[in-house]
Design a binder for this molecule. Structure first.
Ligand SMILES: Cc1cc2nc3c(=O)[nH]c(=O)nc-3n(C[C@H](O)[C@H](O)[C@H](O)COP(=O)(O)OP(=O)(O)OC[C@H]3O[C@@H](n4cnc5c(N)ncnc54)[C@H](O)[C@@H]3O)c2cc1C
Ligand code: SF4
Ligand code: SF4
Length: 488
């Protein structure tokens, strides 16, 4: 099975990028000039004070070791699951007690020299050795387990948590304390990406409280989950502001989200790495969905994970739904579906969900932009717009793939084009085998030449294509309110 944990960029600011230099200064420079270790005294005071207000924020944003582990060790780390014992309360208490005991013992010895010439050097050297030891041990754990293993029981992290508990008890950190907050639990895909990228291997998506916040005190507020959530629903916020954001969410398209039991009634291979699944609803037996929405399909229980797939069928009688799935190279969920899901199996769904690609039928002209597997929503959407009563006078679909044999539903779109004058179907291939037959290009090459006055534009595909198209549309003066796409 593919690795559950994902190593991804966590360097979001220059402190995280350069803080590791402090290790060179103290842990190594201190071997020659021990007084450098004295820098640890204000540093420990600072992390204690900020812990009071912001919990383990230091670990995620300012810690030199965190910077070293995230930037240099993470790319070569084995990235394994951190053993439960290393994350347990017993380990945390043991590490903290041992650290405090050793520090106190050494301080008592050195303070006997107070007033003598070597006092400051000896005092500094205590901290130099501590810092060096953390660097060595932390790096070994980071290499052979996961980059932030040490942070699960680091005594300095525990010091911050204790300080934070005091802050909470006194009620003095409510405004400053910014926790991971889910803007709308209804929009969560339960995809677990937040858990998969979390350096502390926490599971925010399973632990949001009534306040929509992630209260786990081990959270280092690094924002990696916020940056990577595919639904774009995570923020770092204090409780008051977070609740305001939650109350302002537009839940159109998510009102009918429900748990559904369904049976796989057919699996058809469209291409080597693309399968089409037809699912029959069993409980409830009818589900009301619209083209442009998506469904979640459960892939495992522990931890609970779903994957989102666009609805690729028109809702005729509400009894079945079609989804088309591409096997992602190295993908965790699509591999499970391709390897284990077969005809006759019962599956659990959540949905229908989503409003970003539900087309405004009062529009005059509509442009659909798709690449790769992003074509799926436009299969039912095109048919729906062409076969129901609406105001739309022109529908253009631009569909890009890498090689010409990668188009799916090609005949379907060709037939719709032949039957309906108002539908235009444009194909582009970025690396055609035969350039005489297929013009080489990207969807953006076609859009660049178009007059987009009066168009509503709907985009679905890779992140790179979506971002390029959005930039081009901005350059062409298309208003933001006329452009629709899922979170990128
Ligand atoms: C609203 C919505 C609709 C969707 N509709 C469809 C659809 O109709 N059809 C379809 O096929 N898909 C669709 N998707 C995508 C689908 O939900 C899954 O994201 C996709 O199948 C890949 O999931 P996975 O678990 O196989 O891949 P994942 O394991 O989640 O991997 C996804 C990507 O993450 C990165 N990654 C994973 N592991 C690592 C690692 N160890 N190190 C570094 N990077 C890593 C890679 O870039 C990889 O390509 C949709 C997604 C959304 C949000
Ligand atoms: S959508 Fe996925 S990444 Fe975002 S909160 Fe939900 S489970 Fe986490
Ligand atoms: S839950 Fe999010 S913010 Fe907290 S440690 Fe994990 S990735 Fe960082």
């Amino acid at each position: 099975m593919n690795s559950f944990y994902i190593n991804t960029n966590r360097i979001f600011n220059s402190i995280r990028k350069f803080a590791w230099l402090f290790i060179l200064l103290v842990a190594f420079g201190g071997l020659w000039y021990p007084k450098l270790g004295l820098l640890m005294i204000p540093l420990m005071l600072a992390l204690g004070v900020q812990g009071f207000f912001k919990g383990k924020y230091w670990c995620g944003n300012l810690c030199p070791h965190g910077s070293l582990f995230d930037q240099f060790i993470m790319p070569i780390s084995r990235n394994k699951k951190i053993p439960s014992f290393l994350k347990s309360k017993v380990m945390i208490v043991l590490a903290f007690s041992w650290f405090m005991y050793m520090l106190t013992q050494r301080l008592i010895k050195v303070f006997a020299l107070f007033g003598a010439a070597p006092f400051w050097d000896r005092l500094g050297f205590i901290f130099v050795m501590n810092y060096l030891m953390v660097t060595i041990l932390g790096t070994i754990f980071a290499l052979f387990v996961s980059s932030r293993t040490w942070c699960s029981f680091c005594p300095m992290g525990t010091f911050q948590v204790l300080s934070y508990k005091l802050g909470k008890l006194m009620g003095l950190n409510k405004k400053i304390d910014k926790k991971v907050t889910v803007c709308s639990i209804e929009k969560c895909h339960t995809c677990g990406k937040c858990a998969r990228v979390c350096p502390m291997q926490l599971t925010p998506h399973l632990e949001f409280t009534e306040n929509s916040q992630f209260e786990n005190e081990m959270c280092i507020r690094c924002a990696t989950c916020v940056e990577n959530c595919p639904a774009g629903i995570l923020i770092l916020s204090n409780t008051e502001d977070g609740l305001k954001v939650v109350s302002e969410q537009d839940l159109t398209g998510y009102e009918n989200r429900q748990s559904i039991k369904a049976q796989i009634v057919s699996v058809k291979e469209l291409q080597d790495d693309i399968n089409e699944y037809i699912l029959a609803f069993k409980s409830p037996q009818k589900v009301d969905y619209q083209p442009g929405q998506f469904m979640l399909i459960k892939i495992q229980d522990k931890p609970l994970l779903f994957r989102a797939f666009t609805i690729a069928s028109n809702n005729i009688d509400g009894k079945t739904v079609k989804i088309i799935i591409k096997r992602e190279p190295g993908g965790y969920g699509s591999e499970i579906i391709f390897n284990r899901f077969k005809e006759g199996d019962m599956v659990e769904l959540e949905g229908p969900m989503g409003n970003e690609l539900i087309v405004d039928k009062t529009a005059q002209k509509v442009l659909f932009v798709a690449n790769g597997i992003g074509i799926t929503p436009f299969i039912p959407l095109t048919k729906d717009l062409l076969t129901t009563t609406n105001n739309i006078k022109e529908i253009t679909l631009i569909y890009g793939v890498r090689y010409e044999d990668q188009f799916i539903y090609d005949n379907y779109f060709k037939e719709l084009e032949a039957e309906h004058n108002k539908f235009r179907y444009i194909k582009v291939v970025s690396r055609p085998h035969n350039e005489a037959e297929h013009k080489k290009g990207y969807v953006t090459n076609i859009i660049r030449e178009m007059d987009l006055i009066g168009y509503k534009v709907y985009i679905c595909g890779t992140k790179a294509m979506t971002l390029d198209t959005l930039q081009l549309l901005r350059d062409k003066g298309v208003e933001e309110e006329d452009v629709f796409h899922e979170a990128v």
